[in-house]
Design a protein around this ligand. Structure first.
Ligand code: HEC
Length: 121
């Protein structure tokens, strides 16, 4: 189906506006799960240590799925979606008690790799 050029422009404008909200979803995910108050372990560290609860994992999964649906504040959307999907796949493996899940997750949750590509300076 051919799209009317005007519709494309409207769609792009809409995507642009959701990107503004996108950062909230991503920032919330970072604050809630990747960073923790001093003296406590962030959820992402608990997953790595194998001490995340069923509830932790469910919340984390929801949060990554929401992130995946957002446009990154910087960088390629495709690359972003791939990184988010790796996180989602790893959490699902951990939930299924697949031993390789934790290793997959530790690789996927590479703070620096993702921030270099997608976090605005
Ligand atoms: C899949 C990609 C990805 C991974 C992995 C990731 N981050 Fe982020 N993080 C981002 C993006 C994108 C932002 C910028 C959000 C914005 O400014 O809208 C961000 C922002 C942040 C912020 C700032 C939040 C704020 O209040 O503005 C903190 C803190 C943070 N990340 C911590 C971490 C830590 C710690 C890790 C590793 C355990 C990590 N992140 C892993 C993508 C990622």
């Amino acid at each position: 189906m051919k799209k009317h050029p005007l519709l494309t422009i409207v769609a792009l404008a809409f995507l642009g506006s959701t990107a503004v909200f996108a950062s909230d979803v991503i920032e919330d995910a970072m604050k809630n799960y990747h960073k923790a108050p001093k003296g406590t372990d962030p959820t992402c560290k608990k997953v790595g240590a194998g001490t995340a609860t069923t509830e932790d994992l469910a919340n984390l999964l929801k949060s990554y799925q929401a992130m995946c649906g957002e446009a990154p504040p910087k960088g390629e959307k495709d690359a972003w979606v791939k990184k988010c999907q790796a996180l989602i796949a790893a959490i699902k493996k951990v939930q299924a008690k697949d031993a390789s899940g934790v290793e997959d997750y530790k690789k996927a949750v590479n703070c620096k790799a993702c921030h270099t590509d997608h976090k605005p300076d």
